[in-house]
Write a protein that binds this ligand. Structure first.
Ligand SMILES: [Zn+2]
Length: 154
């Protein structure tokens, strides 16, 4: 089964990229007391930039760098994420929930006209926030970045 992550408040960018790769990654900007503990009881692997936090939670992972490229490399070196993936862009980058395929006429009403005609099959929707996602320039830029980091999808 694929690993599930819990990113601390300082790892918002890393959380977004892990979601792009398809990894279930919980993240919020602020965790009140006891929140991390209750989330960890659900079997998530804690990623933190804070040595105190990782010290308190045995088995958690200390992320040393503050730069996203190096953070990704740290995750790879530790064997926590794989460079080949099938789950790219199957998860909402904002909510972390799996996307659903958007069918016409729903998709037609909610994406730009040219997208509907060119990418009908590739349009998906987040059941949580209602955002629509499709293969476009934003995604292409992200894929280019992932390739530069050494990731490839089938
Ligand atoms: Zn969403």
């Amino acid at each position: 089964m694929q690993r599930k992550f819990l990113a601390d408040a300082m790892l918002g960018k890393l959380a977004k990229w892990l979601r792009a790769l398809g990894y279930d990654t919980y993240y919020q900007r602020y965790y009140g007391s006891g929140v991390l503990e209750s989330l960890l009881s659900g079997g998530r692997l804690l990623l933190s930039r804070n040595r105190k936090t990782t010290g308190l939670h045995p088995g958690s992972v200390l992320i040393c760098s503050e730069h996203i490229s190096e953070q990704i490399l740290e995750m790879r070196s530790a064997g926590l994420i794989h460079t080949t993936g099938e789950g790219w862009f199957t998860r909402c980058l904002i909510c972390n929930v799996p996307l659903e395929k958007a069918e016409p006429p729903d998709s037609r009403q909610n994406v730009p006209e040219y997208v509907f005609h060119e990418k009908t099959d590739g349009i998906s929707r987040c059941p949580s926030c209602g955002r629509y996602f499709w293969p476009g320039t934003h995604r292409e830029r992200m894929i280019k970045q992932l390739r530069e980091w050494g990731f490839h999808n089938p």
